[in-house]
Design a protein around this ligand. Structure first.
Ligand SMILES: [Zn+2]
Length: 92
């Protein structure tokens, strides 16, 4: 049976299993053989990969850090757009 790895984005719509799992295991797509595909889940209770479980704290932290970065970048982008709007208004 294939292992289940941690994937925080598993619940995303249209999300396919990543080529590489959080723990660094590279998935291989051997034709249409589904048995070779690993499973991913965003629920830690369902994770069976020992590597993932061992790095649980780190992976969870990484994920939270990524999320924070995305929120931060979005905020900066909004600021950037606000500045552009203000510049344009100043020229008129
Ligand atoms: Zn894993």
């Amino acid at each position: 049976m294939s292992k289940t790895h941690f994937d925080p984005y598993f619940n995303d719509e249209f999300h396919d299993a990543p080529e590489k799992t959080s723990c660094g295991t590279v998935g291989f797509w051997d034709g249409d053989c589904d048995e070779n595909r690993y499973q991913t889940t965003s629920v830690w209770d369902n994770v069976t990969c020992k590597k993932c479980l061992k790095q649980k704290n780190k992976l969870q932290k990484d994920f939270e850090y990524d999320e924070a970065q995305i929120v931060k970048q979005m905020g900066e982008f909004v600021d950037y757009c606000d500045n552009l709007t203000q510049d344009n208004e100043g020229e008129e």
